[in-house]
Design a protein. Structure first.
Length: 451
């Protein structure tokens, strides 16, 4: 549908010369960015061809419909109507966003001033009519007074209420609201941003206008984190953690974040905005490991784990090499962003030392070393020996729990060995990851409908 809209853009707008058009699929809603230059021709003064949006639109037959609605606004509405027709042709309706707009935009402020003037004018008209004696009123004025006095007073009351509401917003004070859960604070800030309500977010506090407190409470009441879902802040930290292993400096790291769709601010503090978020997050608020100096240290030691693994391969047995090589494959998949890493300890930052998939492989290497196993045959043989021990212990009437634990390790090693030999280990990890994402997406949609 966006492609259909774009293909006819210049046909509808011959004075808009497109030099770049990009379809973005990196957010919840696919959207189109169109870069164009508005050209007007046959100008009587100066250059015959020049850049001017107003004149370009005029040549297309588009002009301001009123003092409050410019050529740009009229053209924008025309394009919206065209896109709406395309959507309806395919069975869709255009959703109008930006609900709960409780602050004043420039246009709303102008509207406020006009309504206030209208209140004064109506009040003046009523008072002037009241000053006259009934005998002094003309037939038209008498009829106007009889027929419209109630209406004017009602209109005056309605407008006065609107003026009072807008005046209250203009004089609004910002009130601090404590939100201890960082993800809940992020959720609330995103909701306020979508509603176009001014606010300031600081660590565990949101500052909002007093007139928006009710809206904020409503937004917070809808917050319901999904079980095991990764929060925006956790996702930012995880993206930084894995991009560190591909970066040569902090600036390179920030550029890689931009490639993933992040927005980056660099000043006294570095702040980033996730593609699915509405507000920036200062890196230092994620913890000491994300301050610039610490990031530089982590980047400088980014190759230590891989280098150590390569060194171990040099003296490893055939079976150990299979597992060490797969560890390097996991490292590569994480660096290439094909595999989203999982932490062994969720309370710690992600590193290759804290990678659940790598930790699983390291455990198998520990089992190989402990039982001095050299190939698949020796693994199966060791499993049989332990099984015999379990049967003997049971025959003696004792508890074979320690031997059962050893057998479980051997069985896990055999399963991992077969997966690695078949060459499907990384592919299986990626498929499992995709299935998990699909499940989380369905849960999120169900949770959204409940709200």
């Amino acid at each position: 549908m966006l492609d259909e809209y774009m293909k006819s853009f210049e046909e509808r707008n011959p004075n808009m010369k497109v030099f770049n058009a990009v379809l973005h699929l990196d957010e919840a809603t696919p959207h189109l960015h169109i870069d164009f230059v508005p050209i007007c021709t046959n100008q009587s003064r100066g250059l015959s061809t020049r850049v001017s949006l107003k004149r370009a639109l005029a040549e297309q037959g588009i002009s301001a419909s009123s003092r409050k609605k410019s050529e740009w606004a009229v053209w924008k509405d025309t394009e919206f109507e065209y896109m709406t027709k395309i959507l309806r042709k395919h069975g869709f309706e255009r959703d109008v966003k930006n609900i709960h707009r409780e602050h004043l935009t420039v246009d709303e402020y102008k509207d406020f001033a006009e309504k206030k003037a209208a209140v004064l004018a109506i009040n003046k008209q009523i008072n002037e009519l009241k000053k006259k004696k009934p005998t002094e009123l003309t037939a038209e004025e008498f009829e106007l007074l009889n027929n419209q006095n109630d209406y004017l007073r009602q209109k005056y009351t309605e407008l006065q209420q609107e003026v009072d509401r807008l005046t209250k917003q203009l004089g609004a004070k910002f009130i601090p609201v404590t939100v201890l859960n960082p993800d809940k604070l992020q959720y609330a800030a995103d909701g306020l941003a979508r509603a176009k309500i001014p606010h300031v977010a600081e660590s565990s506090t949101l500052y909002v206008p007093n007139y928006a407190i009710k809206t904020l409470r409503e937004i917070l009441s809808h917050y319901a984190p999904l079980e095991n879902a990764v929060t925006i802040r956790e996702q930012i930290a995880l993206d930084i953690d894995r991009l560190i292993y591909s970066s040569v400096a902090v600036d390179d790291l920030l550029n890689r974040l931009k490639f993933l769709g992040y927005e980056v601010k660099q000043g006294k503090y570095i702040a980033v905005k996730h593609p699915n978020a509405e507000r920036f997050v200062r890196l230092k608020s994620l913890g000491d490991d994300y301050c610039q100096g610490r990031l530089e240290q982590r980047i400088s030691s980014r190759n230590d784990f891989a280098n150590s693994t390569n060194e171990k391969i040099q003296t490893a047995t055939y079976t150990e090499k299979i597992f060490y090589t797969e560890i390097l494959s996991v490292i590569t998949a994480v660096k290439e962003l094909r595999l989203e890493p999982k932490k062994t300890d969720k309370a710690q930052i992600y590193t290759f030392h804290n990678d659940a998939d790598i930790d699983y492989l390291v455990k198998q290497l520990n089992t190989i070393a402990e039982f001095r196993l050299t190939d698949r045959e020796s693994i199966v043989k060791k499993g049989c020996e332990i099984m015999e021990n379990i049967n003997e212990i049971r025959a003696e009437g004792s508890d074979p729990a320690p031997e059962r634990e050893r057998l479980a390790r051997i069985n896990e090693l055999l399963k991992a060995y077969d997966e690695l030999i078949e060459g499907n280990y990384i592919d299986n990890l990626i498929k499992a990851q995709q299935a998990e994402r699909s499940s989380q997406s369905k849960s999120k949609q169900q949770n959204h409908h409940k709200r």
